[in-house]
Design a protein around this ligand. Structure first.
Ligand code: SAM
Ligand code: DTB
Ligand code: SF4
Length: 327
């Protein structure tokens, strides 16, 4: 569909927010010629952000593997035979040292991930201490701990947590083919608790899991139509993990990934859109196209949780070549 007819569907001006979004409207974005779509996304981006500034978060798995859940993309589920070794919760000193090292290299936010269905109260107490100490270094803090129980989000807020990451992962329709051990509504419930506690919401999804374009559009719509859109929206490209049910998934057309970034940017104009997992498999030109389509955040450092990420030298060179600045 051409941009002009899309604008008619939205009955709004070009680049104006169109909320609540429908799946048909977002599918119409996906169907635009790529150059028109990127042009529109970049226009929205420039209304709200410095187009040359990229936020950089470092990621650390503070508790790895042995997870009770069955997310069929994940290396850390105890149900699949993957190469990921199970590890206990890291000592706090090691976490703080990693955060300091990430800060020294130029990361502004430190995200700590734990392979839990959700935190037990005694584990949460240890994570609260991590949040306090990382915050004391002068970094923004983020954790991703799974589903939260009543009261846990308030404790995280009191400890000084800035962001909680919990992804919808995919739309409600496709969700049952990816995860059976907890529901899409469970995820929405945790996001509501995070929002109510006054913590910034980080929520996005994964593409390339065998979902349809309509499912991808559905995910974007569900994120954009939350009572308040997430402040941060990670878009992950599936990293196929040997031993998981998704090990043999075929790679999605990279331009479909770019279209998903653009759709997120247009529908969530003031959110930080994060170019997340899968960046190691992308060449520099594809990453530049993602930034042009409105991505303005990324993971910085050699590791994600259990898989690799581009090394810092490569990212620093990319920033220099593109004239990007880190924020
Ligand atoms: N257990 C917590 C949870 O599920 O919310 C936190 C960690 S979990 C690994 C965080 C997110 O990483 C998932 O929701 C998923 O979107 C993403 N992720 C995990 N494995 C991935 C993979 N192989 N490829 C792409 N994204 C992945
Ligand atoms: C998110 O959306 N992506 C990050 C972060 N939130 C926690 C995790 C990506 C994990 C990729 C696979 C791995 O390294 O295990
Ligand atoms: Fe567990 Fe999170 Fe992996 Fe699901 S995505 S298996 S909840 S660590």
């Amino acid at each position: 569909m051409q941009a002009s007819s899309l604008a008619a569907v939205c009955s709004t001006q070009q680049n104006a927010p169109c909320s609540p979004w429908t799946v048909e409207q977002v599918l119409a974005l996906y169907e635009m010629p790529l150059m028109d779509l990127i042009w529109r996304a970049q226009g929205v981006h420039r209304q709200h952000f410095d187009p040359n500034a990229i936020q950089r978060s470092a990621l650390l798995s503070v508790k790895t593997g042995g997870c009770s859940e069955d997310c069929s993309y994940c290396s850390q589920s105890a149900r699949y035979d993957t190469d990921t070794e199970r590890e206990r919760l890291m000592p706090i000193g090691d976490v703080v040292a990693a955060a300091q090292a990430a800060k020294d290299k130029g990361a502004s936010r430190f995200c700590m991930g734990a392979a839990w269905r959700g935190p037990k109260d005694n584990d949460l107490d240890k994570v609260l201490e991590m949040v306090r100490e990382v915050k004391a270094l002068g970094m923004q803090t983020c954790v991703t701990l799974g589903m939260l129980k009543e009261g846990q989000a308030d404790k995280l807020k009191d400890a000084g947590l800035d962001y909680y990451n919990h992804n919808l992962d995919t739309d409600k329709e496709f969700y049952g083919q990816v995860i059976k051990s907890h529901t899409h509504d469970d995820r929405l419930d945790t996001l509501e608790q995070v929002r109510d506690a006054g913590i910034n919401v980080c929520s996005g999804g994964i593409i390339g899991m065998g979902e349809s374009r309509k499912n991808r559009a559905g995910l974007i719509v569900q994120l954009a139509n939350l009572p308040k859109p997430p402040e941060s929206v990670p878009i992950n490209n599936l990293v196929p993990i040997p031993g998981t049910p998704m090990a043999e998934s075929s790679r999605l057309d990279p331009f479909e990934f770019v279209r998903t970034i653009a759709a997120a940017r247009i529908t969530m104009p003031t959110s930080w859109v994060r170019l997340s997992a899968g960046r190691q498999e992308m060449n520099d030109e594809l990453q530049a196209l993602c930034f042009l389509a409105g991505a303005n955040s990324m993971f910085y450092g050699e590791r994600l949780l259990t898989t690799g990420n581009p090394d810092i030298d490569r990212d620093d060179q990319l920033f220099a070549r593109l004239g990007l600045k880190a924020v």
